[in-house]
Every structure is written in C-alpha cells, then in structure tokens.
Design a protein. Structure first.
Length: 186
C-alpha cells in the first residue's frame, strides 16, 4: 500500500477536550455535501442507521503532509481509519447499518483519489466549505494554514445522532469500536 497505511509507534494519543460532548442526541442539520460517487448527501434525510466517520485528511502518495502533522495528537491515521471501515463494511451492514460515509474538509477531487486508491465500498463526503462543521459545532483544528476536522465517528439513526466516538485512538480500531457498540445493542 503506501507509507500512510501504517501508524508510527510514537504517536501521542489525543485527549478528550469535550469538543464532541454536545453531539449525542442532536439532530443532523439539513446540509447537503458532495460525495465521491457524484451524489449530494444530506445526512438528515437518510432513513435507518448510518455510520459517519470523520477524519482530518487522507494523505496522498508523493505529497508531503502538513508541517507538524505527526506531532499533532490525533492528526495521523486517516488511511488506517478508512481502511478499517472498508475492511469491516460487511459486518456493519450485517448489524443493520444502511450506509457508511467518511467526512473530511478535503475537496472532493482529493477524496476521489483516496476512495479509488483505497478501494472504499462507500462514499466520502466533503465539508470543504465548513458548513456541517459549523452547523454541528464539530471539533476542528488548524495546522500549517489548513483547517481540519478532528477524528471521530457517529452512529446516526433516522437523522439523530445516537452515539459519538471521540476522541478516536488508535484510528485503525475505530470501526471495531463502532461494531462493538452496535453488537451490544442487538
């Protein structure tokens, strides 16, 4: 795969800064986001259970990560997180998840490259304009002249956030943690 598929051993785990404490039980706002499969997706309109995992940015081969990326707690690990949801996609569906989406502030064109390279069986959503981030007051950070969402995952049922996983560490366990939560409720 790429150098992004493995996590460095010396990463500092993120701490819970309370940035997502307000999300459980909240309704998803009516915000339409462009998807890598050409659709426009409004999470508030999707019936059934949806898993939305949020990540700062997927690195691209041949392109340097922002300065200080590995030193910022929680920034590194987007590819392992996405691959985790890819690898567990069938299990999530078997547990009644109607759709899985990844969300970042990257433009759709960059996300399309990642979705293709990583063979993702689901679409990635772009919040490049920050509309959903502002509507939900999602936790985010700035680094090297860029704005990035902090890593998390949400389980959404009929437009209402049921569960929030924040902070997420290690990123490659995020899908397994969501599956454990879903399994405990069956």
């Amino acid at each position: 795969m790429t150098e992004f598929s493995r996590l460095p051993d010396d990463l500092t785990p993120p701490t819970d800064d309370g940035g997502a404490a307000h999300l459980a039980g909240a309704r998803m706002p009516g915000v339409a986001l462009p998807a890598t499969d050409g659709r426009t997706v409004d999470m508030s309109e999707i019936a059934g259970r949806v898993v939305l995992y949020v990540y700062p940015m997927t690195g691209q081969p041949g392109r340097a990560l922002p300065e200080g990326w590995n030193d910022f707690p929680g920034a590194r690990g987007c590819t392992p997180q996405s691959c985790s949801f890819r690898d567990h996609h069938g299990e999530l569906q078997a547990l009644g998840v109607a759709a899985v989406f990844g969300l970042s502030t990257q433009p759709t064109s960059e996300q399309q490259e990642a979705a293709k390279r990583l063979h993702l069986p689901f679409a990635l959503l772009s919040d490049e304009a920050g509309t959903l981030r502002r509507a939900l007051d999602l936790p985010w950070f700035e680094l090297d002249d860029g704005s990035y969402l902090k890593r998390m995952a949400m389980v959404i049922a009929d437009g209402r956030i049921e569960a929030v996983f924040y902070p997420v560490f290690p990123p490659d366990r995020n899908a397994a943690d969501v599956i454990a939560w879903l399994s405990a409720r069956q």
